[in-house]
Each structure stands twice: as C-alpha cells, then as structure tokens.
Write a protein that binds this ligand. Structure first.
Ligand SMILES: [Zn+2]
Length: 163
C-alpha cells in the first residue's frame, strides 16, 4: 500500500510504499521517549526506501543520537538517522545505512489510516520511564531490549503483509 505522511506544520510531506504497515511495535528507549514519544514510546513501521518521495526536503533535519557503550563513559554515534521537521519538530522517519532498502516512518507522522494491530510488541522495556504504564496481558509480548522478530517477520508470520 502507498502511505502518505506529513509533519504537523505542513512544511514536509512524504509518501512511500509499504507491505508492513501494522503499527505493532512500541519502543520505550530514551531516544524514542524524548524525541517522539509523548506516551513514553514511539512506533515505527517499515516501508521501501526507494519508494520514498519527499516534498519540503529543505525542511528536513537529521538527528543521530550518541549512545553509551555498556557502562563505559564513551558514547558512540548511533547509525540510525532520525529525520524530523526543522520547523515544527515532528518526528518523520528513521533511516539506517545498515538496512539501506528500508525506511522506518513514525506511525505518528502517517496520515493514511493504518490497520490496527491485534497484538503488540513492547521493546526496550528496560529503559521505560518509571511513570510509563507498559501494557501487559496475552496480546502483549515484552522485550528488555531488541525484539527477536523483525518488523517484516512479524507481518509474514501472521499473514499480514499488505500488497
Ligand atoms: Zn513541520
């Protein structure tokens, strides 16, 4: 399916093709919480990088976080490029040179109605803020850090890939 997205002020609009549009994965890491997650988490979906079309590219800024390496004080630049609108601050999409063929839009920036997931995956739960209520129950799978299943595998296994 073709997804359309935009920032809040309208300076950036984008569209892309996605066969994996279910917004099922909530990330509670501090970067997502601070840059994109009013509820303490952000949700990224996945689409095809080569299909990404952007209007207002000049208004797109990129943030590369510095991440602590284990317990040491050294910080390393994250490979993930978080794209956001430099006028209104809306989080738009993440790209990563390690996975060049994909781009990961924030579900919050997508205007096309997305399908509602029947189950959810909660990731980076070890980094959730103490005030955040992480949903529990049979429809929720939890991971302390990264999940065992990719966004693509999750869709494939549940026969939810959208043409
Ligand atoms: Zn904007």
């Amino acid at each position: 399916m073709r997804l359309k997205g935009s920032c809040h002020c309208g300076a950036v609009r984008f569209s892309l093709r996605s066969t994996t549009p279910y917004p099922f994965m909530r990330c509670y890491c501090s970067i997502c919480r601070k840059t994109a997650g009013g509820g303490g988490y952000a949700i990224n979906i996945m689409g095809e990088a080569k299909s990404l079309k952007v209007h207002g590219t000049e208004n797109v800024s990129v943030y590369q976080a510095r991440i602590a390496e284990g317990k040491s004080k050294r910080k390393k630049l994250s490979e993930a490029r978080r794209h956001f609108c430099s006028k209104c601050g809306s989080a738009l999409w993440v790209s990563d040179p390690r996975w060049k063929e994909w781009v990961y839009p924030f579900a919050s920036a997508i205007d096309t109605p997305l399908p509602m997931p029947m189950e959810e995956v909660e990731i980076m739960v070890d980094y959730a803020a103490p005030w955040v209520e992480v949903p529990r129950g049979p429809e929720h799978t939890h991971f302390a850090e990264y999940p065992s299943e990719s966004i693509a595998d999750w869709h494939r296994k549940r026969l939810l890939e959208v043409p």
